[in-house]
Design a protein around this ligand. Structure first.
Ligand SMILES: Cc1ncc(COP(=O)(O)O)c(C=O)c1O
Length: 391
């Protein structure tokens, strides 16, 4: 490996949302950012920008758009033009603006659950109601319930779907046929698809992340795609992302809203960080994906060999692992017990909506020693929980 992913770096006292923990012994493996230092070229690019002592208003400088265009075409065969894309401060701001502009007032927004919990906030905080199509779970893997999905798309109150591609927290990469079918049904029922693809570049070597809009012209012309370097290159605190909207009518309407919401302006670090990620740090991303695959494998075999009451759902994307704890009971109660008893902090599955009741989510984007510490705590927590239940 060219890069070091295994030397632990303390993030305490840096104002980190994840590491701002209450007790000394707590180990946070929840919030979706990584405990790895960013690619050195990104740090260099940011230092270079800091060294220029004027931090005035920033425009969408040209190499920034080209860095996205080339990266997504080169890696994922997703083609779009400069005109079809724009800056957004984050993916969540994009989702919220889309809800405000494109979902019917007081109407419904379709999502497939279990899903990233903030989707619910973007919908509910903007006066709409989530219409939840629960993914089908066969005890091993997830698939889309197309019958239910179509029924919900046919609801006249529903004009928008937020898709999570790949799906956080279950780690599913959707296939071309599935994405085409979602696109076809959405078009048929007049539903616009906002596809949140923030986790796309974090996918297991040998698998393929397929952008929703790259599948065919129907999907392309009926969608907003939110992409960013923030998950894959660990830049969440920089706040930098982009939207791709090939349909001119949707683009005009959406960008007006994004502007009104004051989420369309980059800061001076947003663009250099993204350009360096996409243009100079691809080899780092390749190694990252290998490290995540290693951590996933270690977690899967550790749990299989040592914690018979927990099952890891094998995903192909994201660094967030979805653990079935149904043999122990509710995810919420088990997650609180784990924190109290062992200091390990995970996300309780119910945060992710229908279908998450008996799950927890574990973030494995950390150095090996930290992962091993977390897994031992998980094992001890499961044993103690069972003992308490049987007492
Ligand atoms: C699916 C998904 N979308 C969006 C975000 C956050 O995006 P941003 O920080 O760009 O608002 C996250 C963060 O965990 C996420 O998992």
């Amino acid at each position: 490996m060219k890069y070091d992913f295994d030397t632990p770096i303390s993030r305490r006292n840096t104002g980190s949302y994840k590491w701002d923990v209450a007790k000394e012994n707590e180990l946070p493996m929840w919030v979706a950012d990584m405990d790895f230092p960013v690619a050195p070229k990104i740090t260099e690019a940011l230092f270079k920008r800091v060294a220029h002592p004027i931090y005035g208003y920033q425009s969408e400088a040209l190499p920034w758009k080209q860095s996205y265009i080339k990266f997504w075409e080169r890696r994922y065969d997703f083609r779009f033009s400069e005109e079809e894309m724009a800056f957004a401060t984050g993916v969540v701001p994009t989702l919220s603006s889309a809800v405000r502009k494109l979902a019917k007032a007081n109407g419904k927004v379709l999502i497939m659950t279990p899903v990233y919990n903030i989707f619910f906030n973007s919908i509910v905080n903007n006066g709409r109601t989530p219409s939840c199509s629960e993914l089908l779970y066969d005890g091993e893997k997830y698939s889309i319930d197309f019958e239910d999905l179509e029924k919900r798309m046919g609801d006249p109150e529903c004009s928008l779907m937020i898709l999570c591609n790949p799906q956080n927290p279950v780690g599913r990469l959707y296939g071309k046929e599935e994405l085409a079918k979602i696109g076809e049904l959405a078009k048929k029922h007049g539903v616009i698809v906002v596809s949140d693809e923030i986790h796309g570049p974090i996918s297991e070597p040998g698998t393929r992340y397929i952008p929703f809009a790259s599948v065919n012209e129907v999907n392309r012309m009926n969608s907003i795609t939110a992409i960013a370097p923030t998950k894959a290159f660990n830049l969440a605190g920089v706040q930098t992302s982009a939207v791709v909207i090939p349909n001119e009518e949707i683009r005009k309407a959406f960008l007006r809203q994004l502007n009104t919401d004051e989420c369309a302006e980059p800061n001076v670090f947003s663009l250099p960080a993204a350009i360096s990620a996409f243009e100079e740090s691809e080899d780092w991303l390749e190694e990252l994906n290998q490290v995540i695959a290693r951590n996933r494998k270690i977690t899967e075999s550790f749990v299989k060999d040592n914690i018979p009451d927990i099952k890891v759902i094998h995903g192909q994307a994201t660094y967030l692992l979805w653990l079935d704890v149904s043999k122990l009971g509710e995810g919420e109660a088990f997650a609180s017990f784990l924190k109290e008893e062992t200091g390990l902090i995970v996300n309780p599955g119910p945060e992710y909506g229908k279908g998450g009741e008996h799950f927890i989510r574990l973030n494995v984007a950390c150095p090996l020693s930290r992962l091993q510490d977390g897994l031992n705590r998980l094992k001890n927590g499961a044993i103690a929980y069972k003992k308490k239940q049987n007492a």
